[in-house]
Unconditional design. Sequence first.
Length: 441
Amino acid sequence: GDVICCQKVLLQEYNNEPQLRAKKNSNIIVVRPREARSPEETLHNSTSPEDWSVSDGGHTVDLELTNALWRWGQRRLSTHPTMSPNCYIAISQVSDHVDNFEVSVSGDVTAVVTSILPTPEHLRRSDTPRGFLRLWDGTGPSRSDPMPNNVVNVNADQSIADPPEQVLIRIEKILNAISSAEHPDTTCVGVNAPLALCGRVINAIIWEEDLWNLIQRVGIINIGSFIRLRNINNAMLPSGSRVNCLSVHAKSSLTPLPHDAYEVKMLLKGHDTRLKRGVPTNPTSAILPGKSAPRPQFTTREAAISGFSMLDECLRKPAPATFTVQCEVSHTLPASDLNSIDTLKAFCVKQKDGSAVFRFALHIKDTSAEVDVICHGKVAEGLLGMSAQEVSTSVAKCTQALDTLKVYSSSGSVCEGKIRSVMGKDKRVYFVLCSIFCITS
């Protein structure tokens, strides 16, 4: 979407198409807004020199024309594909573990950055990667590939989930911005911000020093950034694990994408379609945090219950409100393997002070509707019978917690519980669990 000014270039023809050819005395000047546009901001519209970055400050550019071209370009990027369908690849096309490795996938991919993993300086050699990106595009099996060996996880202090909360929050902001754009389109009509993500998280090797320096520049690439990688191929993860990954080499390129680029919207629409088809979410995915969720206390079965509400009534009644419901628990978010302690690890998130707390959701349903109910804090501890800190210290309590979840989610089990609807700062209604017990166990 940048604007370029080409000075002293030749116009010629190549393959029956017009072509510009630069000479030794030609100048190529790149012009872009000084501040990158976030999803919350409207389309840049200024002719003030202070608002534009010019690659060669010694040349004067027509900022009125530049502004018009830039705005046209952003709208064009939002409504038209800029990748050749013949070159497009998805993460789902990269096989998992391989016995006889061969380069079988090559092309261009659009994806979200879920982690940035530098190789420590003392381990760098001429034949080692500069670092790794972990990428997600909503396709492939719902799992996260193993981390590369000997890397620094710059996201480790923010979340143990993969993809982390930042990705879900970014997606929610993008969908909100698209729906309220000054020139809205219909690409993402009906696409809701996901509570958790399905699809595979894959490693991408970055070999080139210059490209890695670009990635590490503040504000260029961050967790949750949508990027396009051109001319990449699959490779073996350099850890001896025989895990397939992506390789970004000397002839590859990386481009940060605007939040409303056509390919970004199609990626989010495709992921929404998979979720609506019932594709299970990644067990290690974070869940979208409620913006103003209260912290109710856990209550016991002996609490007085007077009357029940159907779930469709809960959805219709304005928030905030409290309901007593009778329902089935169909699954958890993140999706869970109730035979693995890793499930409970995926239910944990780290707070700013470094401590861990439970945060997950129960998908409940009755004959009228189904909703996702956020379960966290003391309520989650009461339900599971353990604290988040005990996940890594008590195998016995983990086993007991998994058995409890099996009872709640088993076929034919009926639960009674109290849920509360709250209005988030984003004007969306969230449901929070106050208490629950199984009446058929």
